[in-house]
Design a protein around this ligand. Structure first.
Ligand code: S3P
Length: 435
């Protein structure tokens, strides 16, 4: 699937089961590996990123079974993990390969820092360009030796007996927060992470489920090192960041009506729903429940207008992965101004430059700033070609933008959707109405 042609549609309709949440799957797998006993994870995310986490854990001596075929009558895959307990990972025989996954590399580094061996962790070309100073600094302060040329992967991590620290990440980042908390599990004394802006809190919600006591105060999390983790049986909700593509398509196209089933509704992730509502979409949450500290439910989305939006620095952490698809919404007759989002330049691609390039290739009008972008969608796009630039979220955002163009569009290197959403283009085909 080197490139995919996306045809214009009039509207989208249907009911879609959403694959398991990527952020939650990484965390459950890693914490299960650090726990005593066998954990069962149902609905483990199907993409390449979460497979990378399992492969790294296996290389560290963890027994992993699955994910096999989906559970009967569902699309939920099961993974079982036999944990090795805190400090129980084995020295890997070769460099660990995190593939395209920043979450794998950063969270696992937190655990490796607390083990008495030296390991190397690396990834694909995109991951090897991403900044790691943000984890090198706190893990070094805790007592590990972490080095990488220009602070980029491959990272060599010489683990040690760690000491707890108080740490405030310079850039709001759930990955950095989680890396330090995971390292803190292996440290003497207390580790505190203070956040200047709230980021996704799946790690803080998952730790107690594995039996870890922690204290959450306004803007900070503290845990004591040396606690034992116990295995757990967990069901991963659907990934709202994946559901966001369908929600946005429905918000963009008049006459659309889409229901997204069993999706994670953690308040630190639902920013996209608020912004779609501000644009004019009708959004209803159905059958909302809470399980293992995570809210989940189904989401019905209907078109209702496409008002202009202005996203500022304080909004960015709650919307960081959805900014590309919100840009796609703007191409359907709306407008979007984003500032304070310089972090986008350090994702799977330089998401500001590659987003602007791709949308322009489809006939969109995009201005690029150092820390953001501006999309004006008043004129219908002509259609054309966009390159995914090795970035799964851009491939999917371009597809949603292309639905509203006059002519068919080609998304080059579209196979990268497999990083988080294998089968994305089949689902797209199943909801499109062209009459
Ligand atoms: C993630 C956190 C975010 C997000 C990434 C997944 C996580 O990154 O962009 O896709 O699972 O913790 P940062 O924490 O670096 O902002």
């Amino acid at each position: 699937m080197p490139s995919v042609v996306v045809h214009p549609v009039t509207r989208v309709r249907g009911r879609i089961p959403i694959p398991g949440d990527k952020s939650i799957s990484h965390r459950y797998a890693l914490l299960a590996a650090l726990a005593g006993g066998r954990s069962t994870l149902t609905g483990y995310a199907p993409g390449a990123d979460c497979a990378s986490t399992l492969r790294c854990l296996q290389a560290l001596g963890v027994r992993v079974e699955g994910p096999g075929a989906p559970e009967r009558g569902t699309d939920r895959r099961i993974v079982t993990i036999d944990g090795r307990g805190i400090g129980g990972l084995k020295s890997p025989p070769a460099p660990l390969d995190a593939g395209n996954s920043g979450t794998t590399l950063r969270l696992l580094s937190g655990a490796l820092a607390g083990h008495p061996f030296t390991s190397v962790i690396t990834g694909d070309g995109s991951l090897r360009r991403r900044p790691m100073r943000r984890i090198i600094e706190p893990l070094t302060r805790m007592g590990a030796r972490v080095t990488g040329e220009q602070d980029r992967p491959p990272l060599a991590i010489a683990g040690a007996q760690l000491e707890g620290i108080h740490f405030t990440p310079a850039v709001p980042s759930a990955q950095v927060k989680s890396a330090v908390l995971v390292a803190g599990l292996h440290a003497n004394g207390d580790t505190t992470v203070r956040e200047t802006a709230a980021t996704r809190d799946h790690t803080e919600r998952a730790l107690p489920v594995f039996g870890v006591e922690l204290r959450r105060a306004a803007g900070s999390i503290t845990l004591r090192g040396g606690q034992r983790l116990q295995a757990a049986e967990l069901a991963v909700p659907g990934d709202l960041s994946s559901a966001a593509f369908w929600a946005t398509a429905a918000a963009a196209l008049p006459g659309s009506d889409i229901t997204l089933d069993d999706v994670g509704l953690n308040p630190s992730r639902t920013g996209i729903l608020t912004w779609l509502e501000r644009a004019g979409a009708g959004i209803d949450l159905l059958r909302v429940t809470e399980d293992a500290g995570e809210r989940r439910g189904s989401i019905r989305v209907r078109h209702g207008g496409n008002a202009g939006l202005a996203v500022g620095p304080a909004d960015v952490p709650g919307l960081i992965d959805e900014l590309p698809v919100l840009a796609a919404l703007a191409t359907h007759g709306g407008e979007l101004h984003v500032t304070g989002a310089g972090e986008l330049r350090h994702k799977e691609s330089d998401r500001i430059a590659a987003l602007a390039d791709g949308l322009r290739g489809l006939g969109g009008y995009v201005a690029e700033m150092e820390d953001g972008f501006h999309v004006v969608g008043r004129r219908r796009m002509q259609g054309g070609e966009a390159d995914a630039a090795g970035d799964h979220r851009l491939a999917m955002a371009f597809a949603i933008a292309a639905l509203g163009a006059r002519q068919p569009s080609r998304i080059r290197n579209a196979e990268v959707v497999d990083v988080s959403y294998p089968g994305f283009f089949d689902v797209l085909e199943s909801i499109c109405i062209r009459a």
